[in-house]
Design a protein around this ligand. Structure first.
Ligand code: ZN
Ligand code: ZN
Length: 367
């Protein structure tokens, strides 16, 4: 079947809108007509080879759409179902069996291998394979093939144009709070980086007993949004030294910090912002092979530094719960979305990098 996709032909070049062929869904897979796909910074990392997804290939990992065809051995879905495409997982390794599919032993190849585990791709052009299955989906396209077990079914008639970002960025920020940190009554939390991921973390923190929520960013506009969505204090990192300001606000160090930027200086600030028995949670993606250092003695005092992927938990529980919080007005992530047609993917990514747009979403042409 012929489809339209935004193809990354070479690293560090713009996406090109091209016609491709998509094959049949294989065992356990589903063909999905994509309605919309969010753009996440990980797509930008892959575009610049900081995540080793092979080219030529199709990125995109926050897709939502309608099931168009089922491969063999798919029993839990029907043609016509509305779905959000969550993260893939093998279902057989120790971590998957322990209920931690975000830490699937096969996660690396499933997210960025560029093909199915058997090496085949779902996409091709003039008989030449095009790398597919980015985050198990490659959804910068009118259609995608994904594993049925990665799909989260949502009610028929749902506004799918608003739901893709729940597959990665928004869930990453919110899941760090709800699944990993679980801040207790009266606790303090500092969120470094108040883009879409950080704002989702702030919205989530507002739903907990944390009584001090501090947003830190360089961008004044994002700091205004941080206050709008639940920050009790904000720190303009270009004007003051953030760790000193955290101490000034709290009269000491924080219980929790969440690092959403992937900037190594900020990673250190997040770690230095929490005190004894505090937890610094790292969720921002830094370029490959990045390293950071910490003050050794301060970490002996019960400090924990943890890395979190994709908000932990399962896509089904996380996405369904966030959708319900959104429906009752307690998690307004959809207000961060700005829509672009697929043909403006490069402009959308640029608007995200500049900070002008918090969460760009590509709307697919429907034929
Ligand atoms: Zn696994
Ligand atoms: Zn992502």
């Amino acid at each position: 079947m012929r489809i339209t996709a935004a193809v990354l032909n070479k690293y560090d070049t713009p996406f090109e809108i091209q016609d491709l062929e998509i094959g049949q869904p294989q065992s356990g897979e589903v063909l999905i007509r994509i309605i919309a796909t969010g753009i996440c910074h990980t797509d930008g990392l892959a575009q610049h080879a900081d995540l080793p997804f092979p080219t030529p290939g199709v990125l995109g990992h926050e897709g939502a759409g309608i099931v168009e065809a089922l491969g063999p051995n798919v029993t839990q879905l029907e043609v016509g179902d509305s779905v959000i495409i969550g993260w893939p997982w093998c279902g057989e390794c120790e971590n998957c069996l322990a209920g931690q599919p975000r830490y699937c032993a096969q996660l690396g190849p499933l997210l960025a291998g560029g093909s199915r585990p058997d090496g085949t791709t779902s996409l091709s052009q003039a008989g030449q394979p095009i790398h597919s299955h980015f985050f198990g989906q490659s959804s910068f396209a009118t259609h995608a093939i994904a594993r049925a077990t990665a799909l989260v079914k949502v009610p028929a008639g749902s506004d799918l144009s608003k739901m893709g970002p729940l597959a990665c960025g928004i869930s990453t920020g919110a899941g760090a709070i709800f699944n990993a940190l679980k801040p207790e009554l009266g606790s303090s939390i500092v969120i470094y980086g108040t883009g879409a991921v950080g704002l989702a973390a702030i919205m989530a923190a507002k739903n907990t007993g944390a009584s001090v929520i501090i947003g830190v960013d360089l961008n004044e506009n994002r700091l205004k949004l941080a206050q709008k969505y639940g920050a009790t204090h904000v720190i303009s990192a270009g004007k003051v030294e953030p760790v000193a300001e955290v101490k000034h606000i709290l009269g000491g160090l924080a219980d929790y910090a969440v690092e959403c930027t992937g900037n190594l200086n900020v990673v250190r600030q997040a770690i230095d912002s929490v005190g004894m028995l505090g937890t610094a949670c790292l969720i921002g993606g830094a370029p490959a092979n990045s390293e950071f250092s910490v003050d050794h003695i301060s970490t002996l005092w019960g400090k924990r530094i943890i890395g979190i992927l994709g908000g932990e938990g399962t896509s089904t529980k996380l996405i369904s719960s966030l959708l319900e919080l959104n429906r009752i007005g307690r998690f307004p992530y959809d207000e961060l979305i700005v829509e672009f047609p697929l043909s403006e993917i490069n402009e959308a990514l640029a608007a995200s990098y500049s900070g002008e747009v918090l969460k760009p979403v590509l709307i697919m042409p429907q034929s």
